[in-house]
Design a protein around this ligand. Structure first.
Ligand SMILES: Cc1cc2nc3c(=O)[nH]c(=O)nc-3n(C[C@H](O)[C@H](O)[C@H](O)COP(=O)(O)OP(=O)(O)OC[C@H]3O[C@@H](n4cnc5c(N)ncnc54)[C@H](O)[C@@H]3O)c2cc1C
Ligand code: FES
Ligand code: FES
Length: 467
């Protein structure tokens, strides 16, 4: 049985595990406020909040219910827009949408209200910027975004006085969420659910790739639900080595203090990946094992010389470098019963510099046309080692072995970088497709490669030198 609290009600269901949360709330529970737009994680009409116990505290995330299988909410609190209603008036997010004319046809509004209430529940330092970030996964076709941004600004200004020590009491007293939220933490603890037990053949993490790619036949798959397995969650450090358990999400990495302190622009880089509700549920192992040639995290980890641990069903481990994992388009050095359990990499410290670049048709909420990362260690102006990667330029996420070999022991200069770019081009094999022509992708490859050096070594390399 899958058990969770849906708004104010305990749910126990034996529905097929691959049922999406969206279908369950709409068709089994008749909560039609959660809308179906794209079923691909793009529009945010189906956004719900999911509260779970983390480090002894109830924490909420926003998530796209269209891509969330039921086991991923086992033992948690799921909130749809109906569960945010106050008995006799609008809550603060709903009121802000009315005050600022943030709704017209209303189709997208429940999704926005959920994201905004999620912001109210989670924010520690409410600013206009963070309030707008919280709705980055929601699309509106009617109002244009200015009115909704004004509603977010109104919400953020009311949250400035939020009592961080008694936040739930404050949010209830100030009409952001209804009264029953006060008891939810105890009720979630009391559920005392065992880990959801599955042992299928096909691993699934957040489902943000699998549900999009295999939407029509996913119910026929024998799935192994990894998202909430305790042994597969967490981020740890051994000295300067970072060890990600495979179900760590992009948000987990984006909020990790050590990574934020160590890697310049870490937050800015990761914000280029998808949207808040997707980052909240998208796992790192899913990004790697989906095998997309433009997987952003894969490109980042290739440049960080990441090492994978693969584990089989009898718990035998095998280690392998990420760059050796890909054998062809969506084919891997992985046995059918193996799955990724850990991803480890050295932090870029002691003179190692890191940069990530991504170009897409839209700046945010889009997959890359071409993306690239580099980690480079320098001694003065001398390159000791370089590790660079590029996506969207061939059948696999590409580790640029020849370019890196050429760069080692060279002094950074415009002529060296131009020469390296010639080698880089020999390593690329892009094809023309919806994301650009071959020539355009080669041009982007050049620009992003140059961009790394302009960003990391502004004293030595100027854009004009590379023209
Ligand atoms: C709207 C939207 C926007 C997106 N934007 C971006 C973006 O900007 N950048 C980007 O890189 N990606 C993007 N993605 C793709 C996706 O979100 C990421 O690739 C994500 O990291 C996949 O993780 P997941 O846990 O959801 O994978 P799942 O869908 O659960 O799984 C993906 C694949 O990995 C396999 N798998 C999962 N876990 C394991 C494991 N532990 N071991 C072995 N195999 C495993 C599954 O069998 C499946 O084949 C986007 C997706 C959506 C829907
Ligand atoms: S229906 Fe569009 S994001 Fe889920
Ligand atoms: S109000 Fe119509 S889609 Fe947003």
């Amino acid at each position: 049985m899958i058990q969770f609290i849906l708004n104010n009600q305990l749910i126990k269901t034996d529905k097929p595990a691959s049922t999406t949360l969206l279908d369950f709330v709409r068709y089994d529970e008749n909560l039609r406020g959660t809308k179906i737009g794209c079923r691909e994680g793009d529009c945010g009409a189906c956004t719900v909040l999911i509260g779970s116990m983390k480090n002894g505290k109830l924490e909420y995330i926003s998530a796209t219910s269209c891509l969330t299988p039921l086991p991923n909410v086992h033992g948690k609190h799921v909130v749809t827009v109906e569960g945010l209603n106050l008995p006799d008036k609008l809550n603060q997010a709903q009121q802000a949408m009315v005050d600022c004319s943030g709704t017209q046809c209303g189709f997208c509004t429940p999704g926005f209200v959920n994201s905004m209430c999620g912001f109210a529940l989670t924010c520690s330092e409410p600013t206009l910027e963070s309030a707008i970030s919280a709705i980055d996964g929601n699309i509106c076709r009617c109002t244009g975004y200015k009115t909704i941004e004004r509603a977010s600004a109104q919400l953020a200004s009311k949250l400035v006085s939020k009592d961080q020590n008694n936040s739930m009491q404050w949010l209830v007293a100030n009409e952001f969420v209804p009264n029953y939220f006060l008891d939810i933490e105890e009720r979630v603890k009391a559920l005392k659910t065992e880990e959801y037990n599955s042992n299928g053949q096909i691993p699934i993490g957040g489902g943000t790739d699998l549900y999009v790619q295999k939407h029509d036949d996913i119910h026929e798959y024998d799935l192994d639900y990894l998202f909430d397995k305790n042994v597969l969650n967490g981020i740890t450090f051994e000295g300067n080595r970072c060890i990600l358990k495979s179900s760590a999400t992009v948000t987990d990495l984006m909020e990790n203090e050590r990574l934020l302190e160590t890697i310049p622009n870490w937050y800015r880089h990761l914000k280029l990946l998808s949207s808040t509700p997707i980052r909240n549920i998208a796992t790192i192992a899913g990004n790697i094992a989906n095998g997309s040639p433009i997987g952003d995290f894969t490109i980042i980890l290739l440049a960080m010389k990441a090492q994978l641990t693969l584990t089989n069903k009898v718990k035998e481990n095998r280690k392998l470098m990420l760059k050796d994992f890909y054998t062809g388009y969506k084919t891997f050095d992985k046995k059918p019963d193996e799955y990724i359990t850990e991803i480890a990499f050295e932090l870029p410290v002691n003179g190692i510099q890191f940069n990530f670049e991504k170009v897409c048709k839209r700046q945010y909420l889009d997959i890359a046309s071409v993306n690239s990362a580099i980690s480079i260690s320098v001694n003065g102006n001398l390159i000791a080692e370089a590790h660079a990667s590029m996506g969207g330029v061939g059948p696999i996420p590409k580790y640029l072995a020849k370019t890196c070999e050429f760069l080692a022991n060279k002094t950074i200069s415009a002529s060296v970088i131009k020469e390296a770019e010639q080698i880089l081009q020999s390593e690329l094999s892009p094809i023309s497709d919806a994301r650009g022509t071959e020539a355009y992708k080669r041009l982007l490859g050049r620009q992003l490669f140059f961009g790394h050096f302009i960003e990391l070594f502004p004293e030595t390399i100027k854009m004009e030198d590379l023209l």
